[in-house]
Structure formats: C-alpha cells, structure tokens
Design a protein around this ligand. Sequence first.
Ligand code: C2O
Ligand code: CU
Length: 466
Amino acid sequence: GAVAGVALALPAERLVSAVVGSPPAVQPFTTPLPIPPVLSPVYSDRGTDYYEMTAKPANVEILPGTRTNMLTFNGSFPGPTIKARQGRPVQVKILNGLDNVTAVHLHGGNVPHEDDGHPLDVLQPGQTRTYHYPNIQRAATLWYHDHAHHLEAEQIYRGLAGLYLIEDRTDSPTLPRGQFDIPLMFRDIALDDSAQLLWNNNDSARRNIVLTNGKAQPKLRVRRRRYRFRLLNASNDRVMSFRLSNGAEMVQIASDGGLMARPVRRTEIGLYPAERVDVVVDFSALPGGTQLVLQNTVGDTPATKDVLQFEVAGGARRDDDDSSVPAKLSVLPPIGAPVMQTRKVLLSFDFKQGAFLINGKQYDPNRVDFTVKKGSTEIWEITNADPDPFAHSLHVHQIQFRVLDRGGKAVEPWEAYPKDTVSVPSGQTVRILIKFDSPFTGLYPFHCHFVGHSSMAMMAQFNIVP
Ligand code: C2O
Ligand code: CU
C-alpha cells in the first residue's frame, strides 16, 4: 500500500526551500493530542439541527508557548466538528468575519448545488448565509473547508477546515465509539521563527511539519483496547502514507464514502489530499507503557515522518472492551450498468502557460464541461499526463464513485468502495464508475484536490440535468 510519487513540488519550489528560517524546535511527543471541539446546535426542532459558525482570524497555539495567526471557524483550528445524524437535516449559518470572500464546501456531501459552496458563490466579508445539508447519504467521515475561487489553497492552509461526521446508529453498532472514536486531521505547515505561517502556493516543499489535529508531533495515551481512528489528509499538496512503528495491522473499515462491505487489514495506508480512511487499531496486546509511533513513510523531515505517538496506559490488565469489527460491516447499494457515457479527464501542467489544466483547459466558471443525465451511470477515465513529481488527484462533488482500475489492473479491495477523491499518480490512468443517483440537479465542480493546483484553475464542472 505505499504511495507511488510524493507531494508535488515544482522545480522552482526546490530553490525556495533552500532559503528558510527555522521555526522554534518541536519537542516530539510532549503535547497531548487535542480532539477538535464538537459543535453544539444553537437550536434543534423535530426535523433539523441548526448550527452557527463564524469564519474569522484568530491566534492559535500550534507550537507550545507560541501563538500563530490563523483563519478559523469559531476561533478553533481545526474547526469544530459537526456531528450529524443520517437522515436528519442540518443547517449551518456562516458569518464571514474574514477580510476576504469565502465559500464553505461540505466535502463528500450529497447536497443541493446552491448549498455546495461553489467557488463563485461566495460570502462577502460581513455577510451571513445558511447552508442546508440534508444528510441523505450513508454515514461517513466528511469535512468542510473554504472553496472560494483562487483563494481556497491559501484559506485552507491558513486554517479554514473542520470535520463533519454523519453517524448512523444502526450501522455496525459493535465498532468502538464515543471517546474511543477519534478523528485525526493531518496537514503540513511551514512556520517562520516567530511561529507565523509561511505562505506561498508554490512552496509545498518547505512545509516541514505535519500537524495532527493542529499540533506538531502530539501524543495520545491509549487504553489497552480497540480504537476507531478517522484519518483525513487535509494537506494542500502533501501525499502521506501511514504505518505503525511496530508494524501492527490497522483494520480499515471505511473509505471516503462510509463503511466498506467488509474490513481490510493493512499495514500501510496511503492518503492523498482530502482522502479519508477509518481504521480500527487494537492496543490490547501491548503492555502498559508501550510507546509506538504513527509514521508517515514518505515524510522528508523528522516532524513530517513521526507524526503521532501512542502510549499505552495502565498496567498488566487489558481494558474491558466489548467492541469488535464484524466480518460484514455494511451492505452497499448496487452501482453500475448500464454505462451511458465514457469520458476522458486529462490532468496536466502546461509548462508554457505555467498553468494546471483539465482536458487542456483552465477552469472557466461560465463553461459547462460535462452535461450529465440524472440517474445515469458513467465511466470517467482519468489520466495524469505529467511526469514525476506531478501527482494529481480527482475529486468529484456531490456523489460517491467506485474506483475500477489503475493502468488496466483492478484496484486493491480498499479502493473499490465508495470514494469521492481518487489519487492519480504521475503517468497513470485510473477509471472510476459514477452513478449520478442524487436527487439534486445542477452545476457542480470536479477538480484536482491538490488545492495548490485547483486554486490555479485545475478544475472543471458538470451540470446534472433531469
Ligand atoms: Cu474538498 Cu471541491 O473540495
Ligand atoms: Cu493536481
């Protein structure tokens, strides 16, 4: 499961990375892992939960004893977690307290197009707007983030992202839950010597610290039992690949779109930007005091390699743990035939224009790239035409697709389940099967989720028509 191809770096970025000041040194594994706060509804009625958030600048402690100026939701980085229930609608009222426009996109959400946070459908500074999320899809680990056109890379980098979990009480009730169900949002960052963000869209190579839930190399004390971890790579442009330092298995139970039909045991898990996996890790066989590290095998500095330490608490006794991972996790809706369209999606960097392109074109919000019939099934054949190190991915709004094959070979089992973002390494062709089975029609984007690329126009859009 290792990832082929590392984070994109333009040749010029390599030069930039040679001239950096150094941030205050990170003391590994001293800061406790924070869990992002769960947002409470301001109001609930029989049908809906109502939330409010303000996008605003705030000072946040990233490195101990320092304050970093970030852009946040409600002053929190990562943003607060919204916990929604499958089948129960949520409304989120956003106040834009930034100096810039913003649009909030629920990544992976099956939502009406007017609630999708389209890149040009923005909130002006001082404006409020309510997004309606119907939560009609399967339970899943989703996330929300800024999506304002050309600004998303910088605004996500500065902190505008948080988790949105759709939960379903009937789905596999034996999985670890409550305090044993922990989200892990990973992303990289570069800080100057006063712990302020260094920002340049093209300098991904110098983002030399990976944060987990907003802290550098934190530590989590775990009990001798099973945990569910929801991993999200929220980096702009960094590919990661995770393994436990003792080589132990992580049992993957969910992909972007929710629980898989059956669990898959893995020892290394690659995640491109915006991809999620839920895993169950069993610490019960490890004696109290054991320390192990969640490592990113494609990291390039100590603070991007050793991202999180687990320390097993307690003495000789195992915890009473009645959780388990059932052999059958979920029943997936059928998808597939007949396929009405096959389309090609070519991802490339144009060295002459210095532009990222889809099918040879830069994003034009006034152009409809694909017209799609509601209810139909399509195959999209996505090719990364660029040489190494230009990795790309494809994220399609509104739907969850299935990955069919890579370079003509059927994908590994963990990739064959519902996903909304797929990796497309240099030189590869990946085919995905999409059933447009949402009740919603209208215009939605699809784009590379290296947001350094999408913000430079590696984006296109489809229009779903009745
Ligand atoms: Cu995660 Cu179009 O976005
Ligand atoms: Cu890309």
